[in-house]
Write a protein that binds this ligand. Sequence first.
Ligand code: SF4
Length: 356
Amino acid sequence: MPLSPAKLTVSDDPMTATPPTIIASLSNTSDEPSWQEQLNTLISSPSELFDLLRLPSELLTAAEEATKLFPLRVPRPYLSRIKKADLNDPLLKQVLPLGLEQEVNNAFTNDPLGEKESNPVRGIIHKYHGRVLLVSSPQCAINCRYCFRRTFDYHNNTPSRREWLESLDYLVNDTSIEEVIFSGGDPFTLSDAQLRWLLEQISNIPHVKRIRFHTRLPIVVPSRVSEQLLNVLSALGQKVVVVVHCNHPQEIDEHVQHAFLKLRHVNITVLNQAVLLKSVNDSATTLIELNKQLFQCGVLPYYLHLMDKVTGTAHFQVPEVVAKKIHTELLAALPGYLVPKLVREERGAHSKTLVQ
Ligand code: SF4
């Protein structure tokens, strides 16, 4: 079904409708920087990060070396939730470049999931039956140091419009594809016009029934969930699912809560996937709090991922035996619908692998 210029509408469904008093407070005030300004002013210099957060200068050289392999990107709304002068802050640990990233560990490689083998045309990864992943943007608003795509070949997977039309023929010709997953990078770094154009192409493919976005923008730059974006998403004929990527309850402030509520307000299903990260969220207490807070904003837990073994990220790894113990504690403490599935991705597998 083609994309039509629908307006933001209020849900009549009592299960999903957001009270008017909350909606009234959801709009950004005019003096807040726009999401585009937030992306243009994010922190990319280690020395600026160290100054702003009062970090020990003896770690700066290693941080600068690490950013030669994977650049620093920290948006200011996210920075504001990091405690100053605290190297143990769980949000800082996700963005701080470290000398540890240079250590060689043979179990960690550049392409542990074999995505190169599942990249039939530019911009498309096809691993699982019935769904494909679109590398819709080569960039993120934040560079998470544990990123599983930190070495991904974005250069050869950033099609022009003309090349996208060729790549999208792949979707047209495979009628088994019911779901298109916008990933990246982060798809919400695209402008509304770029997103609308891509969605228009896909929404004309009759066998595509669902469109999913994987994004960290509602958490790291919550103003990205603008009325314009909601209009683009809610105009789709297909069911829309947004999978956010929130790892720690400290990542959720009132702006993030509002971003989630706004997505729910237009009847978008919002799920969360977290990555289990050493010294960040590897405790049942943290994850119980995370899932309770998410539910308060209409977000349901989806996956808790064991980390993919990507070069430079070994220091984040949580042993499987510890992961299972934490997951068992979640099952004991929370109702089933608040417990994410503990999974890992395996090269060549036809789905995520449940860790039991
Ligand atoms: S937002 Fe996702 S894709 Fe982007 S750097 Fe973080 S983990 Fe990687």
